[in-house]
Design a protein around this ligand. Structure first.
Ligand code: IMP
Ligand code: MG
Length: 181
């Protein structure tokens, strides 16, 4: 693991290692297997940030399941714009299905509130949220998170799918903005 990475003049330092991520993903997968046994859940990966987490989580669940992808965007640079744009919509019929939203990080919660509302309107059996990271101090709305990898302070992080304006997603580990620490 690199001791420091720099993007757009901002320096980041190690925060969560790929080994810690892998171990936590296995635990979350086991919880999902237990809770959703017999339902053939549809994993709904929120692109772009969640692609790595979704791929690892989906591989780790030992059960019949499907995966699909939706693309939403609310961040510019290191801050939330507060407006959630749906870039690629859902095409599957989710009526009567168990849907597990797979998200990289819940920050203000705006993205998840909008998505859950949109999905509930399509009459699924249930909608659950699995998020790798969660910033409890930033959440501005009432939101039930079913599976949380790591609760973290409200600091800007990159790596393992998470980006700074498109960069740093390919880091295998998670890094935190240095001046924030
Ligand atoms: P929310 O709508 O404020 O909860 O924002 C959620 C989305 O913003 C996430 O799915 C991420 O894509 C992005 N985001 C939030 N915090 C961070 C961060 O610390 N680093 C990179 N992206 C973030
Ligand atoms: Mg995301």
């Amino acid at each position: 693991m690199k001791q420091e990475v720099t993007y757009q003049g901002l320096t980041f330092e190690p925060y969560i290692t790929k080994e810690e991520i892998a171990a936590r993903v296995q635990q979350l997968a086991q919880e999902i297997e237990k809770d959703c046994a017999g339902t053939c859940p549809l994993f709904l990966c929120v692109l772009n940030g969640a692609f790595m987490f979704a791929s690892d989580l989906f591989r780790a669940v030992d059960m019949d399941a499907e995966i699909s992808f939706i693309r939403l965007q609310s961040y510019e640079g290191t801050g939330s714009t507060g407006i959630v744009k749906e870039v690629i919509g859902l095409t599957e019929n989710i009526e009567g299905r168990t849907v597990i939203i797979v998200e990289d990080i819940v920050d203000t919660g705006n993205t998840m509130v909008k998505l859950v509302k949109d999905l509930e309107a399509k009459n699924p059996a249930s909608v659950k949220i699995a998020t790798l990271l969660y910033k409890p101090d930033s959440v501005q709305c009432d939101l039930k998170l079913d599976y949380v990898g790591f609760p973290i302070p409200s600091k800007f992080i990159v790596g393992y799918g998470l980006d700074l304006d498109g960069m740093a997603r390919n880091l295998p580990d998670i890094y935190v903005l240095k001046k924030d620490k």
